[in-house]
Design a protein around this ligand. Structure first.
Ligand code: R5P
Length: 303
């Protein structure tokens, strides 16, 4: 029997596209938001003895989307589904993977405990900020990279290309991408000011970017600050063009203008998080992750 696919409200177009790739329609659930912002969830498709996927990106508004996801899983479990597989195209809180300063909460571990508390059997997620958070789960976690969706765009470029890691933490991801497109690697040494949110203290380019198209590979864009600062540095260091790509675009108010007005020549993102019409801008290109995610889901239940 084909599996069922449910979603919350985080990114309905992506869930629909994934369901289509799985040859099913989205299953019905009622999600009511009360005036005081509490939500109430009820599944309206029979799930008894079925394999059920719950697709939900934990993107902005992250806590609302997280609670919808948890309530959906609980409702599905109560109706005696055979198996619940969580599909988190974007795993929010993954950047809080360690205690950066004494006194901080280990948020990614708390989120892992919440997901397990609603009896999810398995989890699939995409381009985690930190793979280390897989260790917070006792259930099996399948981690896939959506970065190959950008290979054709890179391969269509003329001239020399260099792949750039925007910070030391992103090095492994950028290195893997560089191998996939057969290009050399450079990296930026970035230091954040941990006492101020969204603040970069210093940046330095390491590697040869002269007269090349520099392609910055990141997991997520939020304010755009990391990419814009990197683009300025790369152009100063002689890069002829700077393109940024990221799997997740968790854009906030104003980041569209910051990115559009920046030295970046193009920004390519996946659709794990929806970008509303008023956040779109001319340099932005969105590439679908649906078939790649659906392939990963099919392997988990061997359809
Ligand atoms: C940080 O380590 C992440 O990989 C991203 O580079 C960062 O979160 C992007 O945020 P923003 O767009 O606000 O600079």
């Amino acid at each position: 029997m084909l599996p069922l696919v449910f979603t919350g409200n985080a990114n309905i177009p992506l869930a629909q596209a994934i369901a289509k790739e799985m040859d099913v329609s989205l299953s019905d659930a009622e999600i009511i938001r009360f005036a005081d912002s509490e939500c109430r969830v009820r599944v309206e498709t029979s799930v008894a003895d079925r394999d059920v996927f719950v697709v939900q990106s934990l993107c902005n508004p992250v806590d609302e989307n997280l609670m919808e996801f948890l309530f959906l899983c609980d409702a599905i479990r109560r109706e005696e589904a055979k198996k619940i597989i969580a599909v988190l195209p974007y795993h929010g809180y993954a950047r809080q993977d360690r205690v950066h300063r004494p006194g901080e909460c280990l948020s990614a571990q708390v989120v892992a405990k919440l997901i397990e508390a609603v009896h999810v059997d398995k989890l699939l997620t995409v381009d985690l900020h930190s793979e280390a958070i897989m260790g917070f789960f006792k259930i099996p976690v399948t981690h896939i990279s959506a970065l190959p969706i950008f290979h054709p765009l890179v391969q269509s470029l003329q001239g020399d290309v260099v792949i750039v890691s925007p910070d030391a933490g992103a090095m492994k991801r950028a290195q893997h991408f560089a191998e996939g497109v057969d290009a050399p690697l450079a990296f930026i040494e970035k230091k954040r000011d941990l006492n101020k949110t969204h603040t970069i203290a210093s940046m330095k380019v390491i590697g040869d970017v002269q007269k090349k198209t520099a392609i910055i590979v990141d997991d997520v864009i939020v304010t755009g600050g990391t990419l814009v600062n990197a683009a300025h540095m790369l152009k100063q260091m002689g890069a002829s063009r700077v393109i940024a790509l990221a799997t997740h675009a968790d854009l906030v108010g104003g980041s569209d203008k910051i990115l559009e007005d920046s030295p970046l020549d193009a920004i390519w993102v996946g659709d794990t998080i929806g970008v509303s019409d008023d956040q779109q801008f001319s340099k932005l290109e969105i590439v679908s992750t649906a078939s790649l995610i659906a392939d990963g889901m099919k392997k988990m239940i061997r359809v």
